[in-house]
Design a binder for this molecule. Sequence first.
Ligand SMILES: Cc1cc2nc3c(=O)[nH]c(=O)nc-3n(C[C@H](O)[C@H](O)[C@H](O)COP(=O)(O)OP(=O)(O)OC[C@H]3O[C@@H](n4cnc5c(N)ncnc54)[C@H](O)[C@@H]3O)c2cc1C
Length: 283
Amino acid sequence: MANMRFFSPASVQEAVSLLNTVEDSQCLAGGQTLVAMMNSGLVSDGALVSLHAIAELRGIRKSGDGGYAIGAMTTHAEVARAEQLRGAHDVVKEAAGCIAHSPIRNRGTIGGSVCLADPSTDFPAALVVAGARFELTGPKNSRQVSAEDFFKDYLTSALDPGEILTRVLLPSRPASLKSSYLKYARAHGDYATVSVAVALEMVQGKCAQARIALGSCGPRPVRSLEAEHRLIGTALTDADLADAAEMLRSATDPVDDVRGSAEYRKMLVGPLLRRAVRQTLEK
Ligand SMILES: Cc1cc2nc3c(=O)[nH]c(=O)nc-3n(C[C@H](O)[C@H](O)[C@H](O)COP(=O)(O)OP(=O)(O)OC[C@H]3O[C@@H](n4cnc5c(N)ncnc54)[C@H](O)[C@@H]3O)c2cc1C
């Protein structure tokens, strides 16, 4: 820690320039993971480029297409409280609200969480189901990557060295599309053993659209188009959901760890999916 240099740029442009010119530099967002890594000696050299003084990275704004743009430095607590996300983006709001405990939600940021690409965290599955896109800004230009393509593997994402995640873009959604996020954890505030994000549109009692993603069930959020197609045109009976859960289960690749065995995680998929779907239909 004694060897770390600290920079506090006031703009994205300045931050990107520092990341690309200062050796071994990385962004500091909420510090909830990075500072813990520094405390345990896992990160001890190089430079921190703090994003705290960059006003344009904070807050939630309506975007031109009727969706929302969430600045990367917006905290989990701000996303959880965001009234404008209620309804169309419940899945994102609910995921933010069940992250850890309030001290971590007050400091941790959506950008920091996404850039970690840890499959046991809450945002990845929720943002895949929400159809989010991430704006990544590098020295030459900005580009957008869908949440689906961003999360590559365990702690591995499509973010290139020298790029900053600047905004999380949520698309416009019809009011008829309802969504939920459900997390099963050993104890309140723990990382998920399994989580499920669901978005559904019902038309005259039949499912017209279904999007489902599982968290903590593989190195990246798990989706199964086969399971989603199985639900289209159905009334989402227990039998329909049991079939879809089986398809989803076979797409998972969970690990054995302190939060549950791979077998236990697979077992949880069915009950959690059923509960998340029922919760969504009640909205
Ligand atoms: C005890 C504990 C419990 C937790 N429980 C949960 C939980 O239940 N669910 C959950 O989802 N999460 C959980 N977390 C993770 C936490 O929510 C934070 O989101 C996460 O640690 C990272 O966010 P941060 O803003 O603190 O990022 P930092 O720690 O500051 O940064 C993390 C990494 O991302 C990079 N980075 C940060 N922002 C950007 C950016 N905009 N562009 C490019 N790179 C960037 C940094 O360089 C660093 O490598 C927990 C953390 C702790 C310490």
